[in-house]
Design a protein around this ligand. Structure first.
Ligand SMILES: *Cc1c(COP(=O)(O)O)cnc(C)c1O
Length: 478
């Protein structure tokens, strides 16, 4: 193996067998799931790259911590430990645990947003924007234009476009902007990082105007790795020090512990402002629980505290990023279109190019995800028009430029050999891509539709379609 792909910095102590399926079984399963990979059961999947959220393999040290859970209703020792660790590694004054990231997003949005406000962000995230809109805000995308182009190779493609932010401030006034939400890294742009210089610039613009900067810190360790790798002034700094400096340019953050805190459940909201903390402590009781547990068991908080400590280990994060690159390098070598550069948690197939004969309203990324499952038992996720939802005023689909399928790498779970299987499945599918047809949506839920929407493959109807074997027939004879 090439030295740029380091071997695992851990060894295996417990194994979990994974289900093997036949193509005939997978056809039945994906039909039952309405061609939505979210609706498959895990036992129907061979390699599960749906998400890296909560799918982490915990360490022996974290499991040992689970046995030290102090399940007191208030003031558990594990909360005290978590608070210490968050203060030490992230640097914020106050922490409120929540059951996961969106619990923190709910609190922040309710506490800070007034109807008619604007919340700028470096590209949207599904749950983040949903909570902002639920509270009457309009989300405004202030990411640099290049982030919307899947082929532009930039070191910090998640950066905020300072001119766009300035323009919004000029248009609506600082008092209509309760906070700027900066995601580090940007999930929906392909896991693209934000530079330290950019974080500093956002803070410098907002602080004098009284606009808070709140990070979506979910993938902050991955972001810190990219800063170390790509920003010359930080090459020699530790991941831990970079992380702490990043956070010094924010007034607080929401965190999904299910990602970079290396746990299966948990999250938190942080802030430096005492008054905001006071109000958040009152509100968390309604939605999550006491401010000292926020919907988590003591053992969950212990695992998260230990996960935060482990997450800044260079060897851990170096291997994680290398796994993404290993998969991406194989796909690129086969000519398969992916988002460039490769981000921190996943490889994103560019479904717009992969299936360039399928119009966006026929859900190319959703189709590709369903077909990849059928081909190989590999489960992936749509991140395109289905995830983007509808405009709340006009009811029209949001039509994002990026129409992607996300192959998300869980932390410390799969080996390079598993990634070889994934690469081969993508290559096989790419070879027969012209046989694949789009789909129609037959059930659409009101909120966050990608989770539970159902689809059916389109049957060839018009003369303009090639008469080649329609997808349905192909599926049924498989
Ligand atoms: C996962 C995620 C969230 C939401 O966190 P949950 O724990 O799933 O509720 C928010 N922002 C980003 C960038 C995420 O990846």
């Amino acid at each position: 193996m090439h030295p740029s792909y380091p071997a695992e910095p851990y060894k295996i102590k417990v194994v979990e067998p994974i289900a093997m399926t036949t193509r005939a079984q997978r056809l039945q399963y994906i039909q039952e799931a309405g061609y939505n990979t979210f609706l498959l059961n895990s036992q129907q999947c061979y390699i599960d790259l749906l998400t890296d959220s909560g799918t982490t393999a915990m360490s022996d040290n974290q499991w040992a911590g689970m046995m030290l859970g102090d399940e007191a209703y208030a003031g558990s020792k594990n909360f005290i430990h978590l608070q210490e660790v968050v203060r030490e590694y992230y640097g914020f004054k106050h922490i409120i645990p929540t059951h996961q990231g969106r619990g923190a997003e709910n609190l922040l949005s309710r506490l800070c947003i007034q109807p008619g406000d604007y919340v700028p962000g470096n590209m949207y995230f599904t749950t983040t924007r949903a909570h902002q809109e639920l509270n009457g805000a309009t989300f405004v995308d202030i990411i640099i234009d290049e982030a919307h182009d899947s082929q532009i190779d930039l070191p910090f493609k998640g950066n905020v476009d300072i001119a766009k932010l300035q323009k919004l401030i000029d248009e609506v006034g600082p008092e209509r902007i309760p906070y700027v939400c900066v995601a580090v890294t940007v999930n929906l742009a392909g896991g693209q990082p934000v530079s330290m210089a950019n974080l500093r610039a956002v803070h410098a613009l907002c602080a004098p105007l009284g606009i808070k900067v709140m990070f979506d810190a979910t993938r902050c360790v991955e972001n810190a790795y990219f800063i170390k790798e790509r920003e010359a002034t930080h090459h020699h700094q530790s991941i831990r020090d970079i992380l702490k400096e990043m956070m010094s340019y924010a007034d607080g953050c929401t965190m999904s512990g299910k990602k970079d805190c290396l746990v299966n459940i948990g999250g938190f909201l942080c802030m430096n402002d005492d008054e905001l903390y006071q109000r958040a402590s009152e509100m968390v009781v309604l939605f999550e629980g006491m401010p000292s547990y926020g919907g988590l068991a003591g053992r969950d908080m212990e695992a998260m505290a230990r996960g935060i400590e482990e997450s800044v280990d260079y060897h851990y994060i170096h291997h994680r990023i290398a796994q993404c690159r290993y998969l991406a390098d194989q796909l690129v070598a086969a000519g398969i279109p992916i988002v460039q550069p490769v981000g921190g948690h996943a490889v994103f197939l560019d479904a717009r190019q992969f299936l360039d004969h399928i119009p966006q309203d026929e859900f190319p990324a959703q189709t590709l995800a369903a077909q990849l499952y059928l081909e190989s038992g590999v489960r992936s996720m749509e991140r395109g028009i289905v995830s983007a939802g509808r405009n709340k005023q006009t009811g029209e689909h949001h039509r994002p430029k990026l129409e992607l399928v996300r192959l998300t790498i869980p932390r410390r779970v799969y080996t390079y050999a598993h990634l070889d299987v994934v690469a081969q499945a993508c290559k096989d599918l790419y070879a027969r891509r012209h046989e694949i047809r789009g789909m129609k949506m037959v059930y659409e839920p009101k909120f966050l539709r990608f989770f539970t929407a159902r689809f059916e493959p389109l049957v060839a109807q018009t003369a303009s379609r090639p008469a080649a074997a329609p997808q349905v027939a192909e599926l049924e004879t498989a």
